[in-house]
Design a protein around this ligand. Structure first.
Ligand SMILES: [Zn+2]
Length: 396
């Protein structure tokens, strides 16, 4: 049982007001204008110049691919999705997947205030289920610091890589695997019905969710989104399917964007974006107004695919606000919403937030408003997981 913590006079987000917050036994006990420290013995955090937010949620990354704390690659030459997928041939050369790299990155994410992580782990005939087992061990070792869930990810395709379907069936029943992945059913696998039929069957049988990488742009990607909605309905998987990236949403005309947003909302299909490079922005406000759950992730972090990514979810929020040209706090706070409650709603996290009864997963940082937090991305002064301070740098 953890001791109590009283956070005094912080700006509570998304509540939008200064208040005191009492944490007891791992949960938020009360939030009130003033709580007397004399009545609640325990640690007191003076948050007078700080904002208090629920733990940041990394909704899409690839811990099994990272080279974090390992060699720095001066050249990463692949440019197309197919070329990047072919880079798996170099995994053995770089010792991937690597528990030390994954563990070091995960703990770095914790220091940046991330309290929940969804990571896509490659499953294919070469690596088999080794990556899933390795990431599960890494997650177990860090369980007091961060919650890790895995997507069994057929990076090499399902139809294109015979044997993957059977591996996914096994992976779906492994501890820590919450979803089955997919990758460009048309553009990469070349058989949209073949891939979708396989992954929906596996998810249906095992009772797990689905989270599909969909990079295909334009009308092809739009058609695949409609097809995913049809499979979702046919399998009764409303509110259990996520599409990651969905670049098509940013590349079709507004009328089709609107129609797709309504289709996604109708079937409870959530979207995760990482905003890589110069890919078009998704219609953020249109999706939110339609009622689509929208989360964010770093995606690739210092790996064979990408040199970029630091694991900082506030950096992702900054990128969204910057590329959206949001200039007012009222708009910039949307980005903070997406990396907290947005990602949490995609992952369907239990008792997430800053209300009494929620799990005490919190971040305290020196900023006066959500806008200042996103723009300045200050050091995280206190990171709290399950009611325990797990990260506290010496000073700002
Ligand atoms: Zn990804």
């Amino acid at each position: 049982m953890s001791k109590s913590i009283l956070i005094k006079n912080g700006y509570i987000f998304p509540l939008g007001a200064r208040a005191d917050m009492l944490i007891r036994n791992g949960v938020i006990d009360s939030v009130a204008p003033s709580i007397d420290p004399a009545e609640v013995p325990g640690e007191v955090i003076d948050a007078a110049d700080c904002i208090v937010i629920p733990g940041l949620v990394e909704a899409h990354c690839h811990l099994d691919k990272t080279l974090w704390s390992g060699p720095w690659l001066a050249e990463r030459s692949a440019s197309t999705i197919a070329e990047r997928i072919a880079l798996k041939a170099k995994n053995a050369e770089y010792g991937l997947p690597n528990a030390t790299y994954a563990d070091t990155l995960l703990r770095h994410m914790v220091s940046l205030g991330t309290t929940h992580v969804r990571t896509h782990t490659d499953v294919d005939p070469e690596v088999g289920l080794r990556g899933i087992e390795l990431i599960q061990e890494v997650g177990d070792r860090a369980a007091d610091l961060v919650s890790v869930e895995q997507v069994a990810f057929p990076q090499s395709g399902v139809v294109k890589a015979p044997g993957t379907h059977a591996l996914l069936r096994k992976a779906a029943r492994m501890q820590g695997v919450v979803a089955i992945g997919g990758v460009d059913p048309a553009g990469y696998d070349g058989d949209p019905h073949g891939q979708l039929r396989a992954i929906f069957e596996v998810a249906d049988e095992a009772g797990c969710k689905i989270d599909i990488h969909l990079h295909d742009p334009g009308t092809l990607g739009a058609w695949e989104l409609e097809l995913i909605a049809q499979y979702t309905k046919a399998h009764g998987m409303q509110n259990r399917v996520t599409v990651s990236h969905a670049f098509a949403l940013g590349t079709v005309e507004p009328a089709m964007q609107q129609r797709l947003a309504e289709t996604l909302a109708e079937h409870g299909i959530s979207i995760i974006t990482a905003l890589p490079y110069d890919r078009p922005l998704l219609p953020t406000n249109m999706l939110l107004e339609a009622g689509v759950a929208l989360g964010m992730g770093n995606d690739n972090i210092d790996d064979l695919w990408s040199a970029f990514g630091t694991g900082d979810m506030l950096e992702r929020a900054w990128l969204l606000a910057y590329r959206s040209e949001w200039r007012k706090d009222a708009h910039i706070r949307t980005a903070l919403d997406i990396v907290t409650t947005g990602s949490a709603s995609v992952l369907q996290l239990d008792r997430y937030g800053v209300s009494p009864g929620c799990k005490a997963d919190l971040v305290v940082a020196r900023a006066r408003t959500p806008g200042e937090l996103v723009v300045k991305r200050p050091r995280r002064r206190w990171v709290i997981k399950n009611g325990v301070v797990i990260h506290q740098p010496a000073s700002d």
